[in-house]
Write a protein that binds this ligand. Structure first.
Ligand code: PRP
Length: 174
C-alpha cells in the first residue's frame, strides 16, 4: 500500500503548545524537583523540547516497553528497559508521544506507582481516541486527534518519519 503524508500540525504550533503545557506544569510542580520519564523511542523529541521549556529542577529518565499488537490479550506488554533513577517518594511525570489503545501508558503508570512514586501524572503529545481500550487519565495533552495514522516528531511508520519536525497524517494513495 502506498501512502502520502499530509501536514497536520506545523512545528510552530507544536512549539507554542509545548510552551503552554510547560507553564501549566510549572504551576503544578513549583518548589519541587520533578522526574520526567520518557517512553522510548517516540517520546524523545517531545520530552527534550518540553524539558527545555520548564523552569523547574528536572531529572530525566527513560523506560521502554515492547508491545505485541492489538490482537492479543491485555498484558501483552513487557518491560524491555526499566527506569534507572529511584522514583520512590518523588513526583513523576510520564512523557509520551501518543496514547492510542492506552495499554502502554496504563502499564507504565502502574509500574511507576508500584515503585512508590509520590505521584505519577501523564503528559502526552497526542491523545488519539479511535482505538482506546484502557481508560487512562491524561493530565496534560498537547493535541487531541480522533483518528488517522500519524508520523513525525517522534511518531513513526515502520521506523520511518520519526525525525520529521512536524506531524503528518498518512493518507492512502488511490
Ligand atoms: C507507540 C507509541 C506509544 C504506544 C502507544 O510506541 O510511541 O508508546 O505505541 O500505543 P498504545 O496506547 O496502543 O499502547 P511503539 O511501541 O510503536 O514504540 P516506539 O515509541 O519506539 O515507536
Amino acid at each position: 500500500m502506498d501512502y502520502k503524508k499530509e501536514l497536520l500540525i506545523p512545528r510552530e504550533v507544536i512549539a507554542e503548545r509545548i510552551k503552554e503545557l510547560a507553564e501549566a506544569i510549572e504551576e503544578e510542580y513549583r518548589g519541587k524537583e520533578l522526574i520526567l520519564i520518557g517512553i522510548l523511542k517516540g517520546a524523545v523529541f517531545f520530552l527534550t523540547d518540553l524539558a527545555r521549556e520548564l523552569s523547574l529542577p528536572i531529572k530525566l529518565d527513560f523506560i521502554r516497553v515492547a508491545s505485541y499488537g492489538s490482537g492479543m490479550e491485555p498484558g501483552s506488554i513487557s518491560l524491555t528497559k526499566d527506569v534507572e533513577l529511584s522514583v520512590e517518594g518523588k513526583p513523576v511525570l510520564i512523557v509520551e508521544d501518543i496514547v492510542d489503545t492506552g495499554q502502554t501508558l496504563s502499564y507504565v503508570k502502574e509500574l511507576l506507582e508500584s515503585k512508590g512514586a509520590e505521584s505519577v501524572k501523564v503528559c502526552v503529545l497526542i491523545d488519539k481516541k479511535e482505538r482506546r481500550e484502557k481508560q487512562i487519565n491524561i493530565d496534560y495533552c498537547a493535541f487531541r486527534v480522533e483518528k488517522g495514522f500519524l508520523v513525525g516528531y517522534g511518531l513513526d511508520y515502520n521506523e520511518e518519519g520519526r525525525c520529521l519536525p512536524e506531524i503528518y497524517v498518512l493518507k492512502e494513495c488511490k
